[in-house]
Design a protein. Structure first.
Ligand SMILES: *Cc1c(COP(=O)(O)O)cnc(C)c1O
Length: 492
């Protein structure tokens, strides 16, 4: 289940950017596109010799040089895959022959080379429906929540479900580079995927399957233990494998009523934990059911109170201190007294938080979903549009068929005027049913042609608004975007 993706880095060229490129393990290939360098103070000969040595040392797999100066020094570049072009336009003409996919591409061009044209051309060509992820926005959001924490409070970042649809590897890599303390996934295979992409942060698994304990241990993943049954299974497994002090996380059910030890079970749990040398309790945690909702604040307080009671008993039984955590994104903002020594940051990382008004501009949406127009048609009032003949226009007009459907995650519920998309700044409604791979928009009042870009969501037409249109929550919109939609990452 790997999405087709690539990543653009646009960092100031030099040692730092190359180091960053070098530690991106999520794609098999690392590519550098570099233009002529001006005003270095060195002679061209010395300059390009130095650049070539540095690139070789940082293990760049594919090098693309653009400009006459760099081209005339190509003999210095000792890299198996290298390409040189006189100018940006020549490169863009040849773009499709370069077959970019599953690679991290560092782009650095002097201003006059207008390298933004390369990323534009690549994202257009790559696939007709693309989700662009800004790693800068992700970083902004991470830092916003970090600024709400007392010194020493750890951050656990939730990267379950393909990082809420945003892509596991790039996001996890960015989080690792920026020193979050923990990552959390839902299932063991998601954790294995992180390890294979070179992530070495501690990883908690929310719902570990007994049948995959071998993988869990082999890849040093840390299970959430939420029931006596699971505790038994894991201790038995640890005995069998001769493990000792294996890090685990205990989940307490303080009111969510999904997973976790309940109040009346804590005493027995404590008995079982005493002198258990097979496991080491790394953390004790619980989950708030309505951290963002003022009308449930009394309930949240009762959750906090019973959590505090539970972890004190557990720490007493263990005889050592553990990490304690209960708040999610909205809880970070609304329940500072319950930060303890770790918080679990989920949707806020991705730029959405019910407790942080969009108007404050503190958060930046990290994702833009865009597609394009495949055909524009004139239709008359009597025409019916799409399956079941459900759509029609009030009067003669125009429709645009665009390349996104419910198989991409644009749900059928958006059909028949419920959903809107943006073309050249104009909001236009859907018309008729959403199909599997495409849908139709009423573009009667605007100027549109084939190939035009269509925004499904971005920082203006926000995910929150789409969620409102179909009566769901932003989490569901984000995680529905299917794996076939190409992800393209930007970091500048
Ligand atoms: C998903 C999840 C979170 C994150 O919640 P957000 O509202 O996205 O911040 C926190 N804790 C647990 C146990 C979760 O499953």
């Amino acid at each position: 289940m790997t999405a087709s993706s690539f990543q653009f880095l646009k960092l100031p060229f030099g040692e730092i950017a190359l180091n960053f490129l070098n530690q991106q393990n999520q794609h098999p290939k690392r590519t550098l596109i570099l233009s002529d360098i001006f005003q270095s103070g060195l002679t061209q000969d010395v300059l390009y010799r130095q650049v070539a040595d540095m690139i070789k040392a940082k293990k760049v797999d594919k090098f693309i040089g653009v400009g006459e100066a760099i081209m005339s020094h190509q003999q210095y570049f000792d890299i198996a895959q290298k390409y040189f072009y006189q100018d940006t336009s020549s490169l863009i003409q040849q773009l499709s022959t370069l077959n970019f996919d599953h690679e991290t591409i560092l782009i650095k061009g002097s201003r006059s080379f207008e390298f933004e044209r390369i990323s534009q051309a690549l994202t257009l060509k790559a696939h007709e429906t693309v989700m662009e992820i800004s790693l800068n926005a992700l970083l902004n959001n991470l830092n916003y929540y970090k600024s709400k924490l007392k010194p020493g409070v750890k951050v656990m970042a939730m990267v379950k479900a393909f990082s809420y649809g945003s892509g596991t590897f790039e996001v996890a890599n960015m989080l690792q580079y920026n020193k979050v303390d923990y990552l959390t996934v839902a299932y063991i295979d998601e954790g294995v995927a992180l390890r294979l992409a070179g992530i070495n942060l501690p990883v908690m698994v929310l719902n570990p399957e007994v049948s995959a304990f071998d993988m869990l241990v082999e890849y040093k993943l840390e299970p959430e233990i939420f029931s006596f049954n699971l505790l038994d299974e894991f201790v038995k497994y640890s005995q069998l494998r001769n493990l000792s002090n294996y890090p685990v996380h205990l989940k307490i059910d303080t009111g969510m009523r999904r997973l976790g030890f309940e109040d009346f079970e804590i005493e027995t749990l404590c008995d079982m934990l005493e002198e258990n040398r097979y496991i080491k309790v790394q953390s004790v945690f619980s989950h708030l059911a309505a951290s963002d909702a003022k009308e449930h604040d009394d309930f949240t307080k009762s959750q906090i109170t019973s959590f505090e009671k539970a972890y004190k008993n557990i720490e007493d039984a263990l005889g050592y201190k553990v990490i304690k955590h209960i708040v999610n994104t909205s809880g970070i903002i609304r329940w500072p007294r319950a930060h303890y020594n770790m918080v679990r940051l989920g949707i806020g990382l991705y730029g959405i938080d019910a407790a942080t008004p969009a108007s404050s501009n503190a958060l930046q949406p990290i994702a833009t979903l865009k597609t394009s127009v495949s055909q524009v048609k004139k239709v008359v009032k009597n025409d019916t549009i799409g399956y079941n003949r459900n759509g029609s226009l009030q009067k003669d007009g125009k429709i645009a068929t665009v390349r996104i459907g419910y198989a991409d995650g644009y749900l059928r519920a958006f059909g028949n005027g419920v959903g809107t998309m943006m073309i050249k700044g104009n909001l236009v409604p859907t018309v008729g049913n959403i199909s599997m791979d495409m849908c139709t928009l009423d573009v009667s009042n605007i100027d549109v042609k084939e190939g035009d870009e269509v925004i499904v969501f971005n920082e203006e037409q926000r995910i929150e608004e789409l969620a409102r249109q179909i009566g769901t929550i932003p989490y569901e919109i984000l995680t529905n975007i299917s794996q076939r939609v190409k992800r393209v990452y930007f970091y500048e």
